[in-house]
Design a protein around this ligand. Structure first.
Ligand code: IPM
Ligand code: MG
Length: 354
C-alpha cells in the first residue's frame, strides 16, 4: 500500500506530521504502508520553480493514495497563475482524474458548544457533501484577463460541464446516497445558468436508475441559507466544483471548526488524495496551535475508501471521539473549562487512545 505524503505549506507540515504518526502506529500494528514524501505547492515552487513538479507527478501516478496537508502562502501571491501553489493542487486533482470529492460534515457531540450555532440546530448533524472536482469554472476555457473590443481589460472564466462529467458524478452521488439514508439533494443555479440546467436534466435522468433514492434539487443561494437555518434536513448534497467549494466551507462551521473536516478526492477506481478541507493558515504556521484532527480524520477516510480497512478507519474516528471526550482541544475548538493543547500534544493524545 503505497502512500505519497505531501506536507505542502504553512501549517501543512505540522498537521501532516501528526497524521503520519497515526499511519506509523498502524504499521507497527501489522499494516504495511510504504510512505514517500514529495513536494507540492509553494514548497515545490521554492525548490523547482513548479508547484507540481515532474518527480511528484511520477510518484503520484504510482501511488495508491496521497495524503496532503495544505498549500498556499502570502509570499506566492505575486507569482503568475501557473506558478501559484494552488495551481499545484488543481493540477494534481485534474491529472489524477480525482473528480469525486467527498466532504463529510460530521459534528462530534463533544463539540456541540464550539459552533456559533445553537446546539439544537446542529446536534446529531451528519451530512456528506459531494463536490465535483475536475470541471466547472475552475477549469473552463476560455479564461484570462484580456482586452475587450473597446480596449477595456476584462476578466473571463467559463463555467462548463459536459454531460459525461455530470453523469459520472451523479452515479457516484446516487451510490453514496444508497449507502446512507437514501436522500440526495442536488444543488445548482438552474434559474440563471444553462450549465446548471444541463446538470439538473442529467440528475433527473440518472435518478430513473435509482428509484430507491429520493432526489431533490435546490438552488445554491437557498442551499447556503438552508444550511444555517436547518442543516439537519440534508443527508447527501451533491454539487459542482465552485458551489461545493463555498458550501463546504460554510458547512464546516456547523461542526465547530474548519479544522475538523477531512476530505477524499477519488478517481473511478478509488485511488484518492486525502486532505483536510482547510487551507495552509500562514498566520498560525509554526506555532504548534493548528488542529491536526481534520488531517488525521483524512487518514481514516483513506483507510475506508482506498484500502477498504473499515475497522482501522473506525479505530481512528473513535480515538478522535475519546480524545474530545477527555476534553483535549486545540485552540480553534477550545471552550472554557477544556484542556487547550498544541498540535503535537493532540497527536500524542490520539496515539495514546488509538
Ligand atoms: C479547497 C480549496 C482549494 C479549492 C484551493 C486551495 C485551490 O479551497 O480544497 O476547498 O478551491 O478547491
Ligand atoms: Mg475551499
Amino acid at each position: 500500500m503505497k502512500i505519497v505524503i505531501l506536507p505542502g505549506d504553512g501549517i501543512g507540515p505540522e498537521i501532516i506530521a501528526q497524521a503520519v504518526r497515526v499511519l506509523e502506529a498502524l504499521n507497527s500494528d501489522g499494516m504495511k504502508f510504504e510512505m514517500e514524501t514529495a513536494l507540492l505547492g509553494g514548497c515545490a515552487v521554492d525548490v523547482t520553480g513548479n508547484p507540481y513538479p515532474e518527480e511528484t507527478r511520477k510518484l503520484a501516478m504510482e501511488a495508491d493514495a496521497l495524503l496532503l496537508g495544505a498549500v498556499g502562502g502570502l509570499k506566492y501571491d505575486m507569482l503568475s497563475r501557473d506558478k501559484r501553489p494552488e495551481q499545484g493542487l488543481l493540477s494534481i486533482r485534474k491529472d489524477l482524474n480525482l473528480f469525486a470529492n467527498l466532504r463529510p460534515v460530521f459534528l462530534y457531540s463533544e463539540l456541540v458548544g464550539a459552533s456559533t450555532l445553537k446546539p439544537e440546530i446542529i446536534s446529531g448533524l451528519d451530512i456528506l457533501i459531494i463536490r465535483e472536482l475536475t470541471g466547472d469554472i475552475y477549469f473552463g476555457e476560455p479564461r484570462g484577463i484580456k482586452l475587450s473590443d473597446n480596449k477595456q481589460r476584462i476578466g473571463l472564466n467559463t463555467m462548463v460541464y459536459s454531460e459525461a462529467e455530470i453523469y459520472r458524478i451523479a452515479h457516484v452521488a446516487f451510490q453514496v446516497a444508497r449507502k446512507r439514508n437514501k436522500k440526495l439533494c442536488s444543488v445548482d443555479k438552474m434559474n440563471v445558468l444553462e450549465c446548471s440546467q444541463l446538470w439538473r436534466e442529467v440528475f433527473e435522468d440518472v435518478s430513473k436508475k435509482y428509484p430507491d433514492i429520493e432526489l431533490s434539487h435546490m438552488l445554491v443561494d437557498n442551499a447556503a441559507m438552508q444550511l444555517i437555518l436547518n442543516p439537519k434536513q440534508f443527508d447527501v448534497i451533491v454539487t459542482g466544483n465552485m458551489f461545493g467549494d463555498i458550501l463546504s466551507d460554510e458547512a464546516s462551521m456547523l461542526t465547530g471548526s474548519i479544522g475538523m473536516l477531512p476530505s477524499a478526492s477519488l478517481d473511478d477506481k478509488n485511488k484518492g488524495l486525502y486532505e483536510p478541507i482547510h487551507g495552509s493558515a500562514p498566520d498560525i504556521a509554526g506555532k504548534n496551535i493548528a488542529n491536526p484532527l481534520a488531517t488525521i480524520l483524512s487518514v481514516a477516510m483513506m483507510l475506508r475508501y482506498t484500502f477498504g480497512q473499515e475497522r482501522a478507519a473506525i479505530r481512528i474516528e473513535n480515538s478522535v471521539k475519546v480524545v474530545l471526550a477527555k476534553n483535549y482541544r486545540t485552540r480553534d475548538i477550545c471552550e472554557v473549562g477544556m484542556k487547550e493543547v498544541g498540535t503535537v500534544e493532540m497527536g500524542d493524545a490520539i496515539l495514546t487512545n488509538l
